[in-house]
Write a protein that binds this ligand. Structure first.
Ligand code: PSU
Ligand code: MN
Length: 312
């Protein structure tokens, strides 16, 4: 005889503050943890994790940083838990598919966009801020490396505020996949898809929104239609004055891609490898652009969550 499923609270647990906010319909913003553990160098990563939570609070919303700790997916971390994510050696990087194994084996790990989106939606959090999404890698036809972020966003009702997709990727191919998979893409005060470290990737997008209220209106329309639970991407470019110098970007990225090929870096390791190469190869300038993007996205996500909770 088959045993009945475990109750969800054995694998997924919101903090008390997040649970109360959700019960009251107050605004909540999900934040991912892979950017902290694998995307940013120490010790800046912990400072950033704390700062992003403060930015969410300044918009009148409750931050919910998401990670798996000792086999439980946690929605909202306290200061000691954030520190664990930022400093624990060898912390895993968990995508959506890794969650059941991590839960059963009582493992700990930081969650990527795919795992964070899934867990946020499961917990009832609708708005999520990150830096840049994963997507289709260059030379996809050899590696078949397409981030699981895209698959999760094609079947998860979440609003992701991001500075586009990481510029280490094949951006046109990623936009094409998002179209095929039915993910709604909007530009916040822009007609061009942002380029993560760069203000623009040069790719056109079809829908432009001007205010957080318009983003919330798109979300209400998604729910009015019902149907497949797809995501909404709000692409928010880093301001031109805070972007990485485009020539420096292109030069160091070419070096980084060549190094990854030489050193045969593949799979989960490639994204952290390339991001780290860029930080070192630009003397930290890519890090500043990355942080400017994440801060702006977090602020806008707070505003969208506030608008969404007011009107729904
Ligand atoms: N954005 C950043 N830094 C990061 C990431 C995104 O500014 O480190 C992470 C996200 O967690 C994203 C992941 O989901 O990189 C994509 O990894 P992969 O290409 O292995 O799917
Ligand atoms: Mn990948």
């Amino acid at each position: 005889m088959r045993t009945s499923p475990l109750p969800i609270d054995t694998v997924l647990r919101p903090s008390q503050e997040v649970a109360e906010a959700l019960a009251q319909g107050a605004p909540v913003v999900a934040l991912e943890s892979t950017i902290i553990s694998h995307g940013l160098p120490q010790p800046r990563n912990l400072e950033v994790a704390v700062e992003l939570e403060e930015i969410v609070r300044a918009q009148g919303a409750v931050p919910a940083t998401i990670a798996v700790l000792d086999g439980v997916a946690r929605i909202g971390l306290d200061a000691a838990e954030l520190k664990r994510i930022a400093t624990e050696p060898g912390l895993r990087k968990l995508g959506y598919r890794d969650l059941p194994a991590a839960a059963a084996l009582k493992a700990s790990g930081a969650t990527t966009v795919s795992a964070t989106s899934f867990l946020a939606a499961r917990a009832g959090v609708r708005v999520f801020a990150t830096g840049g999404l994963g997507g289709v890698h260059r030379q996809w036809s050899d590696s078949q490396d397409e981030s699981a972020d895209l698959d999760t966003l094609s079947r998860t009702r979440i609003t992701v505020v991001c500075a586009g997709v990481k510029s280490i990727l094949d951006v046109p191919a990623t936009l094409q996949r998002l179209e095929t998979r039915g993910v709604t893409v909007t530009g916040f005060r822009t007609d061009e898809f942002p380029g993560f470290y760069l203000h623009t990737s040069g790719e056109r997008i079809d829908w432009r929104i001007e205010t957080p209220q318009e983003a919330a209106a798109v979300m209400r329309a998604q729910d009015a239609f019902g149907g497949p639970e797809t995501a909404l991407i709000v692409a928010n470019p880093v301001p031109p004055q805070e972007q990485l110098d485009p020539d420096l970007h292109d030069r160091v990225l070419a070096e980084a891609l060549a190094a990854a090929e030489r050193e045969k870096v593949t799979g989960q390791a490639i994204t952290p490898f390339l991001l780290d190469y860029l930080v070192r190869g630009t003397d930290g300038a890519s890090l500043e652009a990355n942080l400017a993007a994440v801060r702006g996205n977090t602020r806008l996500a707070g505003q969208i969550a506030a608008s969404w909770s007011k009107e729904s």
